[in-house]
Design a protein around this ligand. Structure first.
Ligand SMILES: O=P(O)(O)OC[C@@]1(O)O[C@H](CO)[C@@H](O)[C@@H]1O
Ligand SMILES: [Mn+2]
Length: 438
C-alpha cells in the first residue's frame, strides 16, 4: 500500500484539502463558539455561575484551538480522559513518527487531511468535556435542527410517498417493487448533498421535491450498482431467513429522513427483516448523526401536524421498540483510522458488520475512509482501494465532495474534469459503488 499518495495539504497546496483546513475549519470553529455564546442564558439558568464559568472555559479552549490551527502549530495530545483518548494519542504518536523533517512534529498543514480534519472535531469534544457541567453540549445541534426544519416540505413529500407506497406494497409486481427500490435509493443518494461541513456550517437544506428531480439527476450518477443491490436482496429474500441490512449513517437532518425512508421500505417490502444503523458517539463533521439526533428526528417526525409524516414517525418508533431497527454506537467511527484498519483496531465492530447481508455506507467521509483518502488513479478498482476491508457485501452511496474517486472507466475522470473542473467536490455527482456483490 502506497503511503505517499495520501491527501496531505503540504503536498497538494491549493487543493480542496488545503482550502478545507485553511478556510472551512476555522469558520466551523467560529460557529461552534457562537453556539456556546447563544446558550449562555440557558447554562446560567441550569447551573448558575458554574454554568457561566464552564461556557467561558469551553470558548477559550475552542479559541485556542482555532489559533493553533490558523498558525500551523504542532498538534497536541488530547487531555481529557474518554474511551478513545489512548487510541487517539497513540495515533498522534504514529503521525509524529512518520515525519522526518523540520522539528519532527505533526502540524495542521503538514499532516494527512483526513487525520487533521478528524482531529479538529475530536479536539472540539475534548474542549467540551473539559467544561463540566456543560460537558454534554453539542455545538452543532442547532445547525442540525435547522437543516431538518428547513427541509420539512421535502420531507413531508417523501413521507407521503412512503405511506402511499406502503399501503399498496403487497400488490406491487416485482418490476414495480424494483423501480420503487431504485427510486428510494436515489433519494437517499441525493439526500447526501445536504451536509453542513462542506458548507462551513451554513444551512444546506433540501427545498425542492426530490422525487420529481430524479430523472434529471440520473446522468450525474457515475457508478451505478443499484441493479446489483436489487439482485443481492432478492437472492437473500428467497432464502427466507433473516436478512440484515446495515446502514452506516452520515448526516442528520434531511439526509437521515431519506435513509429512514429507505430503511422503512426495506422492511415493508420484506427485502430485509432488520436494519442496523451505525452512528457517531460524539458530534462529528458538523452534521453527522449521533444517537441524540436519531431519537430527536424520529420524535420530530412523529410530532408533525402532517398526517403521513406523523404516521412515519410512529412506525419508526415502533421499529426501534420491536428491535427491527437497531441503532449501534461505536467509537471507531470517530477515530482517524481508515476502514482497512478496523479488523485490528475494532475487531468487535468488524465481527458485527460481518453479520450483515449488505452494508450501505452513506456519504463522502465514509468513502474517504473506505479508500484510505488516497490520491488514487480514477481507474483503480474499488476492491483494491478497500485494501482488505471486506466484512460483507457493501455499497458506498455518496455524492462526490472530496478529490477521490476510484472504479471509473478509462478516460471517464479526465472527460469529467475537462467538462467541469469542480466535478469532484461540489456534491453534483453521485455513486452507488459496490464490492462483494455479484
Ligand atoms: O461525509 P459527508 O457528510 O458526505 O461529507 C463530509 C464532507 O463535507 O466533509 C469534508 C469537508 O470538510 C469533505 O470531505 C466532505 O465533503
Ligand atoms: Mn457528514
Amino acid at each position: 500500500m502506497l503511503l505517499s499518495n495520501i491527501w496531505c495539504m503540504r503536498l497538494f497546496c491549493r487543493s480542496f484539502a488545503y482550502l478545507t483546513i485553511k478556510d472551512r475549519l476555522p469558520q466551523i470553529l467560529t460557529k461552534a463558539i457562537d453556539s456556546l455564546h447563544r446558550h449562555k442564558n440557558e447554562f446560567f439558568e441550569k447551573y448558575g455561575e458554574e454554568g457561566m464559568e464552564a461556557e467561558k472555559k469551553a470558548i477559550s479552549l475552542l479559541s485556542k484551538l482555532r489559533n493553533e490551527l490558523q498558525t500551523d502549530k504542532p498538534v497536541t495530545p488530547l487531555v481529557e480522559k474518554y474511551i478513545d483518548t489512548d487510541i487517539w494519542n497513540q495515533y498522534l504518536e504514529y503521525q509524529q513518527s512518520l515525519i522526518s523533517e523540520s522539528d519532527g512534529k505533526a502540524r495542521w498543514f503538514y499532516s494527512p487531511w483526513l487525520f487533521v480534519e478528524c482531529y479538529m472535531y475530536r479536539r472540539i469534544h475534548d474542549a467540551i468535556i473539559q467544561s463540566p457541567p456543560i460537558d454534554y453540549f453539542d455545538v452543532f445541534k442547532e445547525s442540525k435542527g435547522q437543516n431538518f426544519f428547513e427541509s420539512q416540505e421535502s420531507a413531508v413529500i417523501l413521507c407521503t410517498h412512503l405511506q402511499q407506497l406502503k399501503s399498496r406494497v403487497g400488490h406491487l409486481s416485482r418490476e414495480q417493487l424494483r423501480s420503487e427500490f431504485f427510486r428510494l435509493l436515489q433519494i437517499s443518494l441525493w439526500g447526501n448533498k445536504c451536509d453542513l461541513s462542506l458548507s462551513g456550517g451554513e444551512t444546506s437544506a433540501q427545498k425542492s421535491n426530490l422525487i420529481n428531480s430524479l430523472d434529471d439527476l440520473k446522468p450525474f450518477i457515475l457508478v451505478n450498482d443499484m441493479e446489483r443491490l436489487w439482485s443481492l436482496l432478492c437472492k437473500e429474500e428467497e432464502k427466507a431467513s433473516a436478512v440484515r441490512v446495515a446502514i452506516v449513517l452520515d448526516n442528520s437532518g434531511f439526509e437521515l429522513v431519506t435513509d429512514l425512508i429507505l430503511a422503512d421500505f426495506l422492511l415493508s417490502s420484506k427485502l430485509a427483516t432488520e436494519v442496523h444503523f451505525y452512528g457517531k458517539i460524539i458530534p462529528w463533521f458538523v452534521s453527522d448523526t449521533t444517537i441524540h439526533d436519531f431519537n430527536w428526528l424520529i420524535k420530530q417526525v412523529k410530532r408533525s401536524d402532517h398526517k403521513w409524516m406523523s404516521r412515519c414517525g410512529g412506525d419508526w418508533k415502533n421499529y426501534v421498540k420491536m428491535g427491527r431497527w437497531v441503532y449501534v454506537d461505536h467509537m471507531f467511527w470517530t477515530l482517524p483510522h481508515e476502514f482497512s484498519a478496523m479488523s485490528q483496531v475494532a475487531p468487535d465492530l468488524y465481527a458485527e458488520l460481518q453479520k450483515a447481508h449488505l452494508i450501505l455506507f452513506k456519504g463522502d467521509l465514509n468513502y474517504r475512509k473506505l479508500t484510505g483518502d488516497r490520491k488514487w488513479e480514477f481507474t483503480v478498482p474499488f476492491h483494491q482501494a478497500l485494501n482488505g476491508f471486506h466484512p460483507a457485501p457493501l455499497c458506498s452511496i455518496r455524492t462526490l465532495k472530496a478529490e477521490i474517486q476510484v472504479g471509473l472507466q478509462p478516460g471517464q475522470g479526465e472527460q469529467l474534469a475537462a467538462a467541469d473542473p469542480s466535478w469532484l467536490t461540489m456534491g453534483k455527482y453521485g455513486i452507488f459503488q459496490s464490492d462483494g456483490l455479484l
